[in-house]
Design a binder for this molecule. Structure first.
Ligand code: IMP
Length: 424
């Protein structure tokens, strides 16, 4: 039995949803451990597209129990809509549990997210404006509203009153924005609490019991390593812990209970929002990748910044996550390029380095050093066995392994569940 963590190895959008769904066939329990509806996970099965923002992608497998873990932040209207959408697909929420410890995103979190981005102007982070940062900030400041508070009407009313007493002052006096109405917020959010209450549970215990019974648990991360609050390109990061360690923080399992840590990496690199991106391509090749890979945000529709694969980033990711293997996705997007490049090292201040400088400001001064490999023109979307890949694709994959020291065990050549190759 392998308890597996699916972690983004780059800046998010690595097609983790697809890999979680693919691995979900063997899972008993699937727990999402971080983030909120800043994430958009897409799964395609037999031509039908399913989009998830809060609920684990494992919901599509009928044998699975799915958990919104302690580390997530939940926007109640978004969750209510997602449950309705699932019901529309004929998927019952009976197989979904929500941690009593998860925090709730309230309307003032979204307002503060937007106002802060506006205030920062050119220095804005480029957040998804879903209230993620302010919700996690309230959690750290110990004024957040947890699911346990949310589903108790007396506690909910008290928490809203306590929060608005201060936040309305800041909104009106610092930002010159309108205040929130306490009664209206309570009435609206009480209705959402009624929907969440039946699903709220002690999910740490459920996960622990599943572990004791030898059940297979899949830990689903959102965003990516380089967006981690502690290990990402701070301050251009999200406010949660996408790294593998976040699976422990966000679900209540111990580190020794994790067996396999799969880093999901695109065959190239993308990033949404501001911040350092050494291998970014601001040219026709970047545009080619964006169009071929449909690199527009699932959540916000924003065009993603695109660039070559960065082995320095992947090495770093392997290090901070303790990766056991890689899944390389969107390999088909590179089809048609005469040559493909991989950044093997950076030149920083005249010194060649294979590791990421600890100071992100220093990374801005670094220039990528590339290895150039021959591309391929064959359509690889129908490949289902590793042996059937063109030689140049295999050479590209081997090169990633050589540069990172981590094996590539899964490859993806299209959005559909079946367009996945597992290397034995
Ligand atoms: P926030 O998570 O909305 O606060 O945004 C912080 C940074 O993380 C911004 O640069 C976002 O574009 C980025 N980000 C957040 N969620 C995702 C995601 O799911 N995929 C890619 N980037 C994300």
């Amino acid at each position: 039995m392998a308890n597996t963590v699916v972690v983004g190895a780059q800046w998010g959008d690595e097609a983790k949803g697809k890999v979680v769904d693919f691995l979900g066939r063997n899972a008993d329990v699937i727990v999402r451990y971080n983030g909120g509806n800043n994430a958009g996970h897409t799964v395609v099965v037999d031509g039908q597209t399913f989009k998830f923002h809060l609920v684990p992608c494992g919901m599509l497998w009928p044998q699975t129990l799915n958990i919104i873990g302690d580390g997530e932040v939940i926007d109640p209207p978004v969750l209510a809509k997602e449950l309705d959408t699932l019901a529309g697909y004929g998927i019952s929420s009976d197989r979904l549990k929500i941690s009593l410890n998860a925090h709730i995103i309230m309307p003032y979190h979204q307002t503060f997210d937007r106002l802060e981005e506006e205030r920062k102007g050119e220095k804005a982070i480029g957040t998804t404006s879903r209230g993620i940062g302010p919700a996690y900030a309230d959690k750290a400041s110990r004024v957040g509203i947890r699911v346990a508070d949310f589903i108790d009407p007396v506690r909910l009313r008290t928490r809203i009153a306590e929060n608005l007493a201060f936040k309305n002052e800041v909104l009106t006096k610092v930002y010159g924005a309108p205040a929130f109405d306490e009664q209206a917020m309570f009435d609206e959010y009480s209705a959402y609490a009624d929907k969440i209450r039946p699903l709220a549970a002690n999910t740490n215990l459920i996960t622990h019991q599943a572990y004791k019974q030898g059940k297979e648990i899949l830990f689903e991360g959102a965003q990516g390593t380089l967006l981690d609050l502690d290990y990402g390109t701070y301050p251009f990061v999200t406010s949660s812990h996408p790294i593998a360690g976040g699976a422990c923080l966000g679900t209540g399992v111990g580190p020794k209970q994790l067996d396999r840590i799969i880093g999901i990496a695109k065959a190239y690199t993308t990033r949404v929002g501001a911040g350092v991106f050494p291998t970014e391509l601001l040219d026709a090749t970047g545009d080619f990748i964006r169009e071929a890979g449909h690199e527009y945000g699932t959540t916000t529709g924003r065009a993603r910044r695109c660039g070559w694969l960065d082995a320095v980033v992947l090495r770093y990711s392997a290090m901070v996550n303790g990766l056991t293997d890689f899944a390389v996705t969107l390999l088909d997007v590179l089809t048609g390029l005469e040559t493909v490049k991989v950044c093997r090292a950076y030149m920083c201040d005249g010194v060649e380095t294979e590791t990421l400088p600890a100071d992100w400001e220093a990374v801005k001064q670094c220039v990528p050093i590339y290895d150039e490999l021959p591309g391929w023109s064959e359509d690889i979307t129908g490949v289902r066995k590793y042996e059937d890949f063109p030689a140049n694709v295999k050479a590209y994959v081997s090169h990633i392994e050589k540069l990172t020291g981590v094996e590539v065990k899964i490859l993806s050549v299209g959005p559909d569940r079946m367009a996945t190759i597992v290397r034995e």
